[in-house]
Design a protein around this ligand. Sequence first.
Ligand code: SF4
Length: 226
Amino acid sequence: MNLRALRRTLAIELAYRPGGVLATKIHLKHVAVATTEGYASRPGGAQAELLAEANKHESERNLDLVWEEFRNYQQGIMPAGPGARELTESFAHIDAKLDPADAPAAKVQRNDREILSLLTKRAKVLHLGLANYCWFTDPSRALCLRLAGTPTADKPLIGMCDSARCPQATHHPGHRSVWADHADKTKTFLGELGPTRRTERTRLQADYDRATRVITAIDTATEAST
Ligand code: SF4
């Protein structure tokens, strides 16, 4: 038994009683109720509100990003990366639904609201990687989860993302600078390596080649529109 664990157990015991959060706050001399809620792992209150607000902002941001990519698609600026084809097909599917030739005139409402509602499903599976978008539609296909040995997890492990190889990853013009910067730095490291560092050289060279492949693919997909 240690004092810290006892304090925590006491907080939880107190906080889960009716009116207990306030009693715990006073007893433990916390400045804010939010601290007490976090300390006692108590669901609800300011913590839950903050989480709900963060989730709302995240959903809106995702929808904005998908919307932007859909517009890019319509202008011929395609995604690159292993998941590009799947994303393009889903955009084509949405685009086809908006085609007046395929729908009775009365039902056609080519307004932003309709497009947004069609894109919402996609936005829900979007996760942001450092240099890619992750479209987490199927955990069993997630390379990061396979590598981590947790193929049924409900969220991707962005920290273990290998977007050049995962079928759910796409690269877009906005990611180019990250890859270009990585390629530049890797090239500099390669130039500084001594002749005896063969293993390091092989690893860095593979890293550099991968970065340049991604950059070329982004450029090719973007240039297709010009
Ligand atoms: S490897 Fe990357 S793109 Fe693939 S599921 Fe994991 S985080 Fe998403």
